[in-house]
Design a protein around this ligand. Structure first.
Ligand SMILES: O=C(O)[C@@H](O)[C@@H](O)[C@H](O)C(=O)CO
Length: 496
């Protein structure tokens, strides 16, 4: 605790504490409130808040007393104290006025780099964003990710606002929980209500199933759509019997669910919430006409959304560039973007990491009415840093990832050609970072993050986790620079 004494003394003297060999001071974090000062520091690889002075902020922070000051660990309780005294550390909704970027931080240490990347750009960061799948695979909670974002904005002295997305939520209890915690963005995943089997039905069976719907439902849909054409920003979208019946069967139940969630939770929330509808994690590609149908139903039912994520043609696999026909993609993306503009919400692009060949198209047609969601790509940049500075750890993780890859196919759809990955034992240490430039090895790591970071030896010790985080935290600047470059490339191509 002695190493903190000079920090406390500087705060007491009203000065900015200086970094020393033992302590790194995050200068931008220095805050004064009433008669107290607080700053974030790092000792070895652990971060703390150091406070001095008196008054409600000083009293509320919990920690060990050092020279009449306090050294406070980055606990949930102390994160709540920051939220209470500094509004900018709380997540907020952004509506549709400015583009947003989901920067899901699987590790809880990427946000400082993300903050530096978005500064001065035409985009706001959604720093806390983890799907239920990611939380489960990493044994993290929604609270953990909110706390990590709170501490990151405090560390960086970042006051321009950030969001927190409870991503891919399927259950009402999780929505309630996320809203109670203070999340500002809810992504409702409707994949369980969307019927993928309708695509395989013969037309006669589609009509038969539609005929079995209650009379008032049929009347509700028929009167509005049947044999009608809607003009959306110059694009004609027409519904005949076949297309109407199909869309009602595929999306009807999902739309009822969206309406219910909006009325029961989102419209009743205590603060503004960015509400996103995700219809992308299904086998059914969202045709522009289907997108229009869902959006028109939301409008008719009074459901306001800030963004909607269709499933686009081609493939948006994790961690690699777009796979598919670029001409077809451009045509459909243009139509999807026009539909989103017509209804006044953002087009949301999921699995948006590394889709470099389509970013210029997305940027061009969405014109900033855009939410782009990324997550695992920042974990891959962390792996690149590990490969640079701790080749031995990289090698052990690589071998383990290869041995356990098959297990990930239960929860991720990726198709890497693992045969194309250069043999590890023939690769020199200095070439290890280039694994993160190769599609198959990127995907290998992209989906094995949970397995790697929770792996245990027979005695129950962490196989990689502790060494991974220690290495990364000792090389924070390298990680920050890698993120600024890599995420910055996304934003440059999107024109943001
Ligand atoms: O890996 C996950 O579960 C999530 O990060 C994604 O599905 C997320 O919604 C996303 O699309 C991020 O690119």
């Amino acid at each position: 605790m002695k190493q903190f004494q000079s920090v406390v003394e500087a705060l007491q003297a009203g000065k900015l504490p200086e970094s020393s060999e033992a302590i790194q001071v995050y200068e931008k974090s220095l805050e004064k409130k009433d008669n107290a000062s607080v700053v974030m520091v790092k000792s070895d690889t652990t971060k703390y808040l150091v406070a001095a002075g008196e008054g409600p902020l000083f009293d509320a922070l919990q920690g060990d007393t050092v020279a009449n000051g306090k050294v406070c660990p980055l606990t949930h309780e102390n994160s709540k104290v920051l939220n209470q005294f500094f509004d900018y550390t709380k997540p907020q909704a952004f509506g549709t006025e400015i583009a947003t970027m989901g920067l899901g931080d699987r590790l809880g240490v990427a946000s400082p780099g993300h903050i530096e990347t978005v500064k001065g750009r035409k985009v706001k960061p959604i720093l806390a964003q983890q799907s239920v799948r990611e939380l489960t695979l990493l044994n993290r909670t929604m609270t953990d990710i909110l706390d990590a974002a709170t501490f990151a904005v405090f560390q960086e002295g970042y006051k321009d606002g950030y969001g927190a997305d409870a991503d891919h939520i399927k259950l009402e209890k999780d929505i309630e929980y996320a809203l109670d915690l203070g999340f500002s963005f809810i992504t409702l995943d409707c994949s369980e209500q969307i019927r993928n089997d309708v695509e395989g039905l013969v037309e006669e069976d589609v009509h038969k199933e539609y005929a079995d719907l209650p009379v008032d439902r049929k009347e509700y849909y028929n009167s509005h759509y049947l044999n009608k054409t809607f003009n959306v920003q110059g694009l004609d979208i027409a519904f005949d019997e076949a297309s109407l019946h199909k869309n009602v069967l595929v999306y009807g139940e999902a739309i009822d669910f969206m309406e219910h969630v909006f009325n029961a939770y989102i419209s009743k929330a205590e603060k503004a919430i960015d509400f996103e509808i995700s219809i992308d994690e299904t086998e059914t590609v969202t045709a522009p006409e289907a997108h229009f149908f869902v959006a028109e139903e939301l409008r008719r039912r009074g459901v306001t959304v800030q963004s909607l994520a269709p499933r686009f043609c081609g493939e948006f696999q994790k961690g690699i560039d777009y796979i598919g026909d670029l001409t077809q993609f451009e045509k459909e993306l243009h139509e999807h973007a026009d539909i989103a503009k017509y209804f006044g919400y953002k087009l949301s692009i999921h699995s948006g990491s590394d889709k470099f060949s389509v970013f210029p198209i997305i940027g061009k047609y969405t014109e900033g009415l855009l939410h782009i969601k990324t997550a695992g790509t920042n974990w891959l940049e962390a792996v690149r840093v590990i490969a640079q500075v701790n080749p031995d750890l990289y090698r052990r993780m690589h071998v383990y990832a290869e041995e356990h890859f098959e297990e990930t196919l239960k929860y991720y759809h990726v198709t890497p050609d693992l045969e194309s990955v250069a043999p590890l034992f023939e690769t020199k240490d200095e070439d290890l970072p280039s694994y993160m430039d190769h599609d198959a090895s990127r995907q290998l790591f992209h989906v094995t993050y949970g397995i790697l970071l929770t792996a245990k030896s027979e005695s129950g010790a962490d196989l990689f986790r502790t060494e991974f985080f220690t290495t990364l935290l000792k090389n924070e600047d390298a990680y920050r620079a890698a993120l600024v470059k890599h995420i910055g490339r996304h934003l440059d191509l999107l024109g943001l």
